[in-house]
Design a protein around this ligand. Structure first.
Ligand code: NDP
Length: 252
C-alpha cells in the first residue's frame, strides 16, 4: 500500500532542506526521482549523493516562479518520456520583515515563490496526469502559518494560508480525475531556512517550550506523511492539510 515502485516523483526545491529529505524518503519507498532547484550546481551535488545510494534520479533545474521555464521543463520531461506520477510542491522562501516596512516587490517575490509556484507547477503536472488518465498525487507544502499568523512573516503567512485553499481548489477540479491533492504543514523543522532561529537562544527556547514534543522537528520527521500522501494508502484522502508539528497547533 505504501510502495512507490514504478512511480516517478518530482519534488520542487529538493537540492537541500526538507525537499531533499522528502526526495530520499520517496526513493527509499521505491520512487524514481526528479530533483529540482534553481541552482544547477547544488542540484547536481544533491542528485549525485542520491545516485551513489542506488536511486534513480533525474535533474530538472528551473525557477518555479517562471511560467515559461516551468512549461519548458515539463516539455523536456515529455521529450525524455518521463511522466510525473507524484508532484511535491515544496520550494519556498521566508522573509522576516514587519508589514509596514515591506515593499511590494518583496511581497510579490514571497507570494510567487511559495504560492504561485504551486499553481504553475501543479497545472503542468495535472494537465499531463489528466491526459494520461492514470491519476496522480499532488502534495503542496503549507506551514503552521496555513492556520495561524506570526508577526514579521506577513507575505509568507498569506502565501501558506493560500496553499491550504489552493489545495482545496485543485481538489474541486482534479479529484474526479483520480488525482489526490493534499498538503503537508511542517512545524518548526531544523533546516538552513530556520538555522538562524535555532541559533538564537531566545527563539530556540520559545520553540521548545511552545511545542508539546519539546523539540524541533527534523526533515526525517516528514517522511512518513510524505510517503503516505504519495501512495495508494491515501487514495480517498482529498483536499486535506496534515500538520507535522510535534503538537504545536494543538495547544495554546
Ligand atoms: P530551504 O531554504 O532549506 O530549501 C529551499 C529549497 O527550495 C532549496 O532546494 C532551493 O533551491 C529551492 N528553491 C527556492 N526558491 C526556488 C525557486 N524559485 N525555484 C526553484 N527552487 C527554489 O527550505 P526548507 O527546506 O526549510 O523549506 C522547504 C519548504 O518547507 C518551504 O516551502 C517552506 O516554506 C516549508 N516549511 C519549512 C519549515 C521549516 O521549519 N524549515 C516549516 C514550515 C514550512 P535553490 O537554492 O537551488 O533555489
Amino acid at each position: 500500500m505504501f510502495d512507490l515502485t514504478g512511480r516517478t516523483a518530482l519534488i520542487t526545491g529538493s537540492s537541500r532542506g526538507l525537499g531533499f529529505s522528502i526526495a530520499e524518503g520517496l526513493a527509499q519507498a521505491g520512487a524514481s526521482l526528479i530533483l529540482n532547484g534553481s541552482n544547477p550546481e547544488r542540484l547536481t551535488t544533491a542528485a549525485t549523493s542520491l545516485r551513489t545510494k542506488g536511486h534513480t534520479v533525474h535533474e530538472a533545474p528551473f525557477d518555479v516562479t517562471d511560467e515559461a521555464a516551468v512549461q519548458a521543463a515539463f516539455d523536456r520531461l515529455d521529450t525524455q518520456g518521463i511522466a510525473v506520477d507524484i508532484l511535491f510542491n515544496n520550494a519556498g522562501i521566508q522573509l522576516r520583515r514587519p508589514l509596514v516596512d515591506l515593499n511590494a516587490a518583496d511581497w510579490r517575490h514571497v507570494i510567487e515563490t511559495n504560492l504561485t509556484s504551486a499553481f504553475l507547477v501543479g497545472r503542468e503536472a495535472a494537465r499531463r496526469m489528466i491526459t494520461r488518465g492514470r491519476g496522480g498525487k499532488i502534495i503542496n507544502t503549507g506551514s503552521l502559518t496555513s492556520a495561524v499568523a506570526r508577526a514579521t512573516t506577513g507575505p509568507y503567512t498569506a502565501a501558506k494560508g493560500g496553499i491550504k485553499m489552493l489545495t482545496q481548489a485543485m481538489t474541486a477540479e482534479w479529484a474526479e480525475h483520480n488525482i489526490q491533492v493534499n498538503a503537508i504543514g511542517p512545524g518548526y523543522m531544523l533546516t538552513e531556512m530556520t538555522q538562524p532561529l535555532a541559533d538564537d537562544p531566545k527563539f530556540d527556547g520559545w520553540v521548545k517550550a511552545r511545542t508539546p514534543s519539546r523539540r524541533w522537528g527534523t526533515p526525517a520527521d516528514l517522511i512518513g506523511t510524505a510517503v503516505y500522501l504519495s501512495s495508494s494508502a491515501s487514495d480517498y484522502v482529498n483536499g486535506q492539510i496534515i500538520y507535522v508539528d510535534g503538537g504545536m497547533l494543538a495547544v495554546l
